[in-house]
Design a protein around this ligand. Structure first.
Ligand code: 16G
Length: 169
């Protein structure tokens, strides 16, 4: 997986550097509290009522773990809104020669922006980042209906290893 191979997945061609008119791919920043980041996440799952202080506190806690939380967003600079997001979380391991595992989390695209390949773009951007950081694999959990989407981007159910299990608290 390299930049050329990734570019060939997009038609018309877009990239993290050129995501489309008035769009910008960048890391999450503190000001995104006011750019609708949490409202965007609520299109994925329950978010709750998070105050500015809570948001900034969580942001600082993530920053305090260097090289771990790569929360990536797409901003529409015309509306000043965050309209897509995806996170890469890296996990330090002993296995795989003290390797690094990547986890793809909290992928969401604003429903009003469907059909612009932004889901593909943001997932491939953080996937390539995981590779560049030296992760030996990247994995995700998703709803059944999204399996074809992730398959199209190279994610597979590994034979004999395709179980995702949960305990809810
Ligand atoms: C999906 C997300 C996961 C998110 C979860 C929230 C991806 C690839 N997967 O599984 O990151 O945390 O939904 O659902 O974006 P929950 O509220 O049921 O935990």
């Amino acid at each position: 997986l390299n930049f050329t191979q990734i570019s060939s997945l997009f038609s018309p061609p877009i990239s993290a550097a050129n995501p489309g008119h008035s769009l910008l791919v960048r890391p999450l920043c503190r000001g995104d509290y006011d750019r609708g980041f949490l409202q965007l996440l609520s299109q994925l799952t329950h978010v709750g009522h998070i105050s500015r202080e809570q948001f900034l506190g969580r942001f600082s806690s993530m920053k305090a773990c260097p090289d771990t939380y790569y929360v990536t967003v797409v901003e529409d600079t015309q509306t000043n809104k965050v309209i897509a997001a995806a996170s890469l979380i890296t996990e330090l391991k002993f296995i795989h020669d003290c390797g690094l595992r990547g986890r793809l989390e909290d992928v969401v695209v604003n429903g009003d922006y469907r059909g612009k390949q932004l889901g593909k773009l943001i997932v491939m951007t953080v996937t390539l980042l995981a590779k560049e950081l030296g992760c030996y694999k990247m994995s995700l959990d998703c709803k059944d209906k999204l399996i074809p989407f992730y398959n199209s981007l190279g994610y597979i159910d590994e034979p004999g290893n395709a179980n995702s299990m949960t305990i809810r608290f």
